[in-house]
Design a protein around this ligand. Structure first.
Ligand code: FPP
Length: 234
């Protein structure tokens, strides 16, 4: 969700106003995804590296996260959205940690869309924490490293049990992954939008989905092989 700061600066407003507008775009996008039958939406709200921002901006973001978690739960429930937070939440203040746990518990029975918020998340952190937990739980892997493969690591990733993403959208004109879901994005289609995140809306989402619809997903195969395989077994 890139471009909140620039959206505000272009309007001679403080960057933090951009983050508030960004929350409006989150609401719009979540509802648009529900309407379109999207089952999983993962938003990168705060990276492990975002702590490097000015203290005041970090503080405004934390306050915004707490108030969003408290205020939006009713709307999430009405829309059938289950909330999950991934990342090292132990670094957040106790108020935010409690708000996260409560919002997750209150939406746990919803099944239309799993909305995952990546907060204090980094793709490298995810892979290393998964490896640490795998070795702690299966110490035999230390002496027999050949036991470690993709399938062994997957249950320990923060996204365990979720399908790999079909489509990655980055707004704000930058064309980088910036330590998002590094492992999970291996075969994901990448889409970069010039829109600043606060301007991202249902029409922008439809443009991204239309672009996705034009991609040929080969997963390492040739075009001819893909054409020969029945669509449902791809
Ligand atoms: C990146 O834009 C955005 C963030 C670091 C914060 C994202 C937060 C929100 C959208 C607010 C609410 C979200 C939730 C899920 C409650 P930037 O500040 O890097 O923009 P810039 O590149 O223009 O400076």
């Amino acid at each position: 969700m890139d471009g909140n700061g620039r959206w505000a600066t272009r309007r001679f407003l403080p960057r933090t106003v951009g983050h508030h507008k960004g929350l409006d775009a989150v609401r719009t996008t979540v509802e648009a995804c529900v309407q379109r039958g999207v089952e999983y939406l993962t938003l990168f709200a705060f990276s492990s590296e975002n702590w490097r921002r000015p203290e005041e901006e970090v503080s405004v973001l934390m306050t915004l996260f707490v108030s969003a978690l408290e205020r939006e739960v009713g709307r999430l429930i009405r829309n059938g959205v289950r909330l999950k937070v991934i990342g090292d939440v132990s670094a957040f203040n106790p108020v935010l940690q409690t708000a996260i746990r409560e919002a997750e518990a209150r939406t746990a029975d919803n099944g239309k869309l799993v909305l995952t918020i990546a907060a204090n998340y980094g793709g490298r952190w995810d892979i290393t924490q998964a490896m640490r937990r795998l070795l702690a739980e299966r110490p035999e892997c230390l002496t027999r490293p050949e036991l470690i493969d993709d399938a062994a690591l997957e249950p320990f990733l923060a996204t365990a049990g979720m399908p790999e993403p079909d489509l990655f959208i980055r707004t704000g004109g930058e064309q980088r992954i910036s330590n998002f879901l590094l492992w999970q994005l291996a075969y994901t289609e990448l889409y970069f939008s010039e829109d600043f995140w606060p301007d991202f809306d249902a029409a922008a989402l439809d443009r991204a989905i239309a672009s996705f619809g034009e991609r040929e997903r080969r997963f390492g195969r040739t075009s001819a092989q893909v054409a020969a395989v029945a669509p449902q077994s791809r």
